[in-house]
Design a protein around this ligand. Structure first.
Ligand SMILES: Cc1cc2nc3c(=O)[nH]c(=O)nc-3n(C[C@H](O)[C@H](O)[C@H](O)COP(=O)(O)OP(=O)(O)OC[C@H]3O[C@@H](n4cnc5c(N)ncnc54)[C@H](O)[C@@H]3O)c2cc1C
Length: 471
């Protein structure tokens, strides 16, 4: 390991790099191997963190690690939730913090070339400052960055209209396990040239290669947006209203659900005071388009929600009202985190099912959590049949940890029984490997492992994630 680190330092120095890009600072190692957000944190920390400045530097690092068989773990925003960037086999964490530039902006083509460490919020801020009229619509955790978003094939509240990360990638520059640099495609929005390598790297969690550049599509900022909030007597009424909106083909920009507990949590958290929310299952809508289409969509959604026992239909008449109405959704996870006491943590997990099954799944899962005496809230991207459960638990209490694990396992199994998936957007990491196996079966995981073996025969890239390291 020390030989490898010395070799990395001296090769980069020979290439003209002045700074020492290798850190072995204890706090740095901890921050790159442990996550407060994560449902799991396997034992082990990286032995070093490297901070490359270019694709070429990443290639040198990979070549040397390949020579000495040292694990390499990509790190961008560090907001992933299933132990994704943990280092159970030690090795080197590659933090792209110094690779956060916009390299090329092609306004006419509505695309942009970026390095992996630019955050999606910063990217949008820059596009706004340039008055470009364009934005990047994929919106996961606030601190997420493009490299990690590609790693997890993330999405967020905008997915019901704009799709997920995989839909926004035009091409990628990737450093492979042995240091080889490849580019997956050129720059047109469509291409049928050979295998879809974008599809292979997006969602591969840094197990097949390290992404050092990405060309991303951009969307037009809509002329008009608005927000509406409606509450319902039960989660089933909310879900059937949401299904009605989808089946009517109303192009909502976002459609989110929060249960009564989550609404109470927002009130308790106080982040949206003085506004006090009705503590009932609630749907949040965003509308986007032309003035006329937004108004038309609001009217149609209001009619559908009313027919499903929705009440208190509130819609925003100004930008500040939009912010206020959306704030409960925006503050939801922070509000839950704010309620932690002592050694309590929040286990945040996601599953997705065909959306007609969502109400069944939520109802059974809520009942089980209540019966087990767990404090848990639900929120979800209901238009995609994707929902999140946030469960409060004491990490130092083994009985409580066991209960949470049981609830999550049961929820995942129920989702799978409903032809769903163990994760709609958070992806597998270290925490959901058994669920993936159950979801797709050993033959499909076997194909994934063959792909891994072909690209990374020494198994050095983020080992132990998605599936176990073969013995
Ligand atoms: C408050 C909060 C809200 C969230 N909401 C959502 C949500 O709505 N939707 C959603 O999908 N997720 C959500 N998440 C999860 C998280 O934001 C996403 O998983 C996000 O995509 C992770 O990006 P990151 O930059 O933080 O990645 P990281 O945590 O740094 O890494 C994620 C994975 O990608 C790999 N990786 C990192 N950089 C590279 C690279 N350059 N090349 C190859 N592999 C790389 C890592 O090794 C790791 O396996 C939320 C998280 C939080 C904390």
């Amino acid at each position: 390991m020390e030989t490898a680190l010395d070799e990395i330092r001296s090769e980069l120095k020979a290439l003209g790099e002045d700074d020492d890009i290798v850190s072995i600072d204890t706090e740095d190692l901890h921050a790159h191997g442990y996550s407060e957000w994560s449902t799991v944190n396997p034992d082990g920390l990286p032995v070093a963190v490297v901070y490359p400045r270019s694709t070429e530097q990443v290639s040198v690092i990979a070549r040397i690690c390949h020579k000495y068989r040292i694990p390499l773990i990509g790190y961008s925003g560090g907001s992933s939730l299933e132990g994704h960037f943990s280092a159970p086999y030690g090795g080197i964490s590659v933090d792209f913090a110094y690779m956060g530039k916009i390299l090329q902006f092609n306004k006419e083509d509505m695309d942009i070339v970026v390095q992996p460490s630019i955050g999606w919020q910063d990217l949008n801020e820059q596009l706004k400052q340039w008055n470009s009229g364009l934005f990047f619509p994929v919106d996961p955790g606030p601190s997420a960055k493009i490299g990690g978003m590609i790693g997890t094939n993330c999405s967020g509240t905008n997915a019901v209209k704009y799709g997920t990360m995989k839909d926004w990638v035009i091409n990628l520059t990737v450093v492979l396990a042995d240091g080889t640099i490849i580019k997956t495609r050129r720059r047109p929005r469509k291409s049928s040239a050979g295998y879809n390598l974008n599809g292979m790297f997006v969602g591969s969690e840094g197990t097949l290669g390290l992404v050092t550049e990405a060309t991303l599509k951009l969307a037009i900022v809509p002329e008009e947006t608005s927000v509406a909030v409606v509450s319902f007597p039960t989660i089933r009424d909310a879900a059937s209203a949401a299904a009605g909106v989808m089946q009517a083909g109303i192009p909502v920009a976002c459609m989110e659900v929060m249960d009564d507990v989550q609404m109470k949590v927002v009130n308790l958290g106080g982040a949206t005071a003085p506004k006090v929310w009705k503590e009932a299952p609630t749907l949040f809508f965003k509308f986007a388009g032309t003035k006329a289409s937004v108004q038309d969509n609001i009217n149609r959604v209001a009619a559908i929600t009313k027919a499903n026992l929705g009440s208190n239909f509130e819609f925003a008449r100004s930008e500040s009202e939009q912010k206020l109405l959306w704030s409960a959704r925006k503050e939801s996870l922070w509000s839950m985190l704010a309620l932690r006491k002592g050694s309590e943590q929040v286990w945040s997990t996601d599953v997705a099912v065909p959306f007609s099954r969502l109400a069944d799944l939520i109802e059974i899962s809520k009942k089980e959590m209540d019966e087990m005496g767990l404090f848990a809230s639900i929120l979800g991207h209901i238009g995609d049949g994707n929902f999140h459960e946030s469960i409060m638990y004491d990490r130092t209490n083994p009985a409580e940890v066991e209960k949470v694990e049981m609830c999550v396992k049961n929820m995942v199994n129920r989702a799978l029984d409903m032809e769903g998936t163990c994760t709609g957007e958070h992806s597998i990491g270290w925490g959901k490997k058994a669920s993936l196996l159950r979801e797709v079966g050993p033959d499909t995981v076997g194909v994934m492992m063959q792909i891994k073996k072909a690209l990374d025969p020494l198994w050095i890239l983020n080992p132990g994630k998605i599936f176990d390291v073969p013995s």
